[in-house]
Design a protein around this ligand. Sequence first.
Ligand code: FAD
Ligand code: SF4
Length: 546
Amino acid sequence: MSAVVPRVSKHRAAFGRRLNPPLPQTVRTLWVVFGDQLDPRFSVFRKHFDKAHDAVLMAEVDEESRHVASHVQRTTLFLSAMRHYAESLSARDVRVRYVTLDNADNTQSLDGEVRRAVGELRPERLAVIRPGEWRIVTMVEAWRESLQLPLTMHEDPHFLTTPAEFGEWATGRRTMVMEHFYRVMRRRLEILIAPDGGPEGGRWNFDADNRKGYKGDRDTLPPRVRHEPDDITRDVMAMVRERLGDLPGRLDDFNWPVTREQALAELRDFITHRLAHFGDYQDAMVVGRPWMYHSLLSAPMNLKLLDPREIVTLAVEAYRRGVAPLNAVEGFVRQIIGWREFIRGVYWHEGAGYGARNALGQTHSLPSMYWTGTSEMQCMRESLGEVLSNGFGHHIQRLMVTGNFAMMAGVHPREISDWYLGMYVDAIDWASLPNTLGMSQHADGGVVGTKPYAASGRYIDRQGDYCTGCRFSPGVRLGDDACPFTTFYWDFLLRHRATFARNHRMAMPLKNLDAMSDQERTAIAARANAVRDSLGMRPMAAPTSP
Ligand code: FAD
Ligand code: SF4
């Protein structure tokens, strides 16, 4: 039988010594806990875990960092948070079999580690909490038969809606509109509801007051809270450098919360220093300022170090105490109880085939600048450079810069979806895929958004200072100074005119397109092809589905 802790390695300096309780002689239920299931309240365990007879399996495996190329900060975050969590389980007398990445017996796949553990521990049954990815659900379901063991999949209590509840809401609707879902959630959870049963402040949505471009002083933007790496994190960083150093991104500035305490510090910092301006500058972009007024809570929330309920409660309290205005708090609450739950609902509702959709029939490869950050376009250089340095970009950089560019340039949705899944510290498939393939690429044909988020350089210019000092001009579509976003915007409309002809939300841009001369349209298509060539973009194999 394999030891409870992995065999000694130089990366065991800090971790492992504190995994104390020996495994029981016979394991009744073996719980497989995945890296994004680090619930500090142990909600599922408290109800269902039998300390005398059950054990937990956690495994660090190469495959999870390589099935799409994973940013080194993303891997470090997961592994360090997993090790801290394993220790906290152990401190509660939960028996943990923890397999480190450098364990010589490690098969380097989750499937392999479950099979190895089952072979050695001979459990009577398996249990999991619903994983965050169809790929893993399919693997887990296969264990029932291939390992001949009963298996229970518990729903994840972290979320505010179950896939079944979302399915009930979605079934029979012609289109799934997030705003409708959000209102149902507001009422159901009784958040920001006035005594008369209507929305607090008389409106459900204060976006008309939000989303300003940032014209303020860059130096007054709040600094980021610092999470000093402890011994465990430093060990993981050394191991990642040694074993996974070929993977993308830079590790030097790793500053993500890996424990509940650090996650709470991030939350308090947001409520105190950022929330009040969250709504105003939600869509603003400033050179050299990656954090703006965003909460930076997606990664600790997605790993389950924080619960959405506690975050929303603190934000609403801040409004009641007069610390933050209603437009900021409503906007923030909508992101969490609205967008976050809606996106997850869509992921499970649309099924395992969702990731293969390519409604616009896009064919091109991802330009290499997505991996290097090298670009003449200042907005791309900033947004991609920040992802490489931090494993993070805020929503509007993801949607309107890196995502918008890929869609308008014609990148195959699978190429760009894999990039997003690997490169962001908060990326789990349930969150990443509908946002990328659906919202940003319109590859689901309009499930997440009724129109594509396509915008020219003028939009980017309005939202901040990226265009100041860029060698291109945001309003110009042809010629040497033409902004590639602006050229691609018109080329995108040209290429997909027929698809959008009946979409009334696209009527105005198509009318402007139709007002152009044939000569200009031809010149735009030629310039767009030249930009694609200069970026090394090539057509790939036929799209996976029409
Ligand atoms: P804030 O701006 O402070 O927002 C607060 C919270 O609201 C976030 O922490 C997040 O939990 C939630 N939220 C807001 N919008 C969304 C949304 N559209 N979907 C889900 N949750 C939302 N979010 C992820 O958590 N994981 C991903 O892998 C991911 N990939 C994305 C890919 C693309 C192309 C796009 C356009 C968006 C993606 N998002 C993803 C959504 C959103 O961009 C991030 O949640 C947000 O930028 C995280 O930063 P923050 O915590 O500072 O968010
Ligand atoms: Fe980006 Fe165009 Fe603005 Fe340059 S001019 S920063 S390429 S939007």
